[in-house]
Design a protein around this ligand. Structure first.
Ligand code: UDP
Length: 370
């Protein structure tokens, strides 16, 4: 039996790797789940929802951690994991510090690295920072690259990754959406009722957390939200606020006075999915939400200047507005001024069909068979 180490540290990694872990277990692989806990609470809370538990917890998170300190902590912690166990492969997902450190540590031990969500690129090393470099460097050591789309595959080919190491699989984030039972979604409805959050056809969901949006950009985003909340005060603006003090403190100090704006703690994954399912409009800088929202027909404004998820822009399911006050307002007004049913998306989700983890496990099986 093959021993496969799956490493993650943040909530989006858990969401995108959980369907892969579940599928691997169905095929009788011995899966060792390792959480670096780069984002301790969020990652553990989300893992529980999928009915999974980490075998190894590395407790690498500290308050206000610098990139250098978190890198050295994760690498040091992983050294012990690789010393004490023997693995046939390591699976990582995405572009966090956990991904880069895990890929490097695995490479140093000459254990093949399988990279889920490979080939996303902005080609600007400072946007997103530091994720662009994390994913580019992970590509250099990856043995199998699971590219969500053809565009991601071409990016890898352009970087001379061998074609037999690249597989277009769709994005596992869509698989995760299908893991949600109706019962869980019903409990989400009860949660919002208990918390006095109005869920109707005038729901606007907003999330902002990216490092590149800290500083003056988050100020401009808040200015735009304030304008929209005043102009469309019959709508309800729901913001699950990221705990990072750079966004948390500003959002709370400026927006908590508006009754039509609901500031919530980061939501458990099913609750967030319930909001996406019901939203009239989504404003976000999140990568995962850009991919998920089209599955629910909800138009999305992406508050970033670059996105490595161009497929959604090309398909017309999302629009890039940056942290630009006028653009955020203009595009939002186009949607908010009309009834919800007039702005639903017609296009299919370009990021996947919900079967990506099945495809990935099939490729892994073939790899070991060879
Ligand atoms: N998410 C969640 N609760 C929230 C905000 C986001 O469960 O309050 C989920 C979301 O559905 C998506 C993932 O977390 O699957 C995205 O994570 P995040 O926005 O933190 O990071 P990114 O995708 O930008 O790396």
């Amino acid at each position: 039996m093959k021993n496969i180490l799956v490493i993650f540290g943040t909530r989006p990694e858990v969401i995108k790797l959980a369907p892969v872990i579940i599928e691997l277990k169905k095929h009788n692989y011995n899966v060792v789940i390792c959480n670096t806990e780069q984002q301790k609470e969020l990652s553990n809370q989300t893992l529980e929802y999928f009915g999974l538990k980490a075998d190894i917890n590395l407790d690498c998170m500290r308050e206000n951690q610098s990139l250098i300190s978190v890198q050295s902590r994760i690498l040091t912690a992983l050294d012990k994991v690789f010393e004490e166990n023997s693995f046939d492969a390591t699976i990582v997902q995405g572009d966090t510090m956990t991904v880069l450190c895990s890929a490097l540590a695995s490479y140093y031990k000459k254990i093949p690295v399988f990279h889920v969500e490979a080939g996303l690129r902005s080609y600007d090393i400072y946007e997103p920072f530091p994720e662009e470099i994390m994913r580019q460097m992970t590509t250099r050591v990856a043995e199998l690259n699971f590219a969500p789309t053809e565009k991601n595959k071409h990016a890898l080919l352009k970087e001379n990754v061998s074609p037999d190491k690249i597989f277009v699989t769709g994005n596992t984030v869509i698989d995760a959406l299908f893991c949600l039972s109706d019962k869980i979604l019903d409990s989400a409805a009860e949660f919002f009722e208990r918390n006095n959050v109005k869920i109707d056809d005038k729901l606007v969901l907003i999330t902002a957390h990216r490092r590149e949006n800290h500083g003056t950009r988050i100020d401009r985003i808040i200015d735009a939200i304030e304008y929209l909340a005043n102009e469309y005060s019959d709508h309800s603006f729901v913001i699950p606020v990221h705990p990072n003090p750079n966004v948390h403190d500003k959002i709370h100090s400026r927006l908590s006075k508006y009754p039509q704006i609901k500031l919530l703690k980061p939501l458990e994954y099913p609750y967030l999915v319930y909001l996406m399912k019901n939203a009239k409009l989504i404003l976000t800088d999140s990568g995962g939400i850009q991919e998920e929202a089209p599955s629910f027909g909800c138009p999305t404004l992406v508050m970033r200047y670059e996105t490595e998820r161009q497929e959604g822009i090309d398909a017309g399911v999302s629009i890039l507005v940056g942290a630009d006050y006028d653009k955020i307002i203009d595009f939002s007004e186009e949607i908010l001024s009309k009834p919800k049913n007039l702005s639903r998306l017609q296009a299919q989700n370009p990021y996947g069909d919900g079967k990506s983890s099945q495809k990935i496990v099939k490729i892994i099986k073939n790899y070991f068979a060879d």
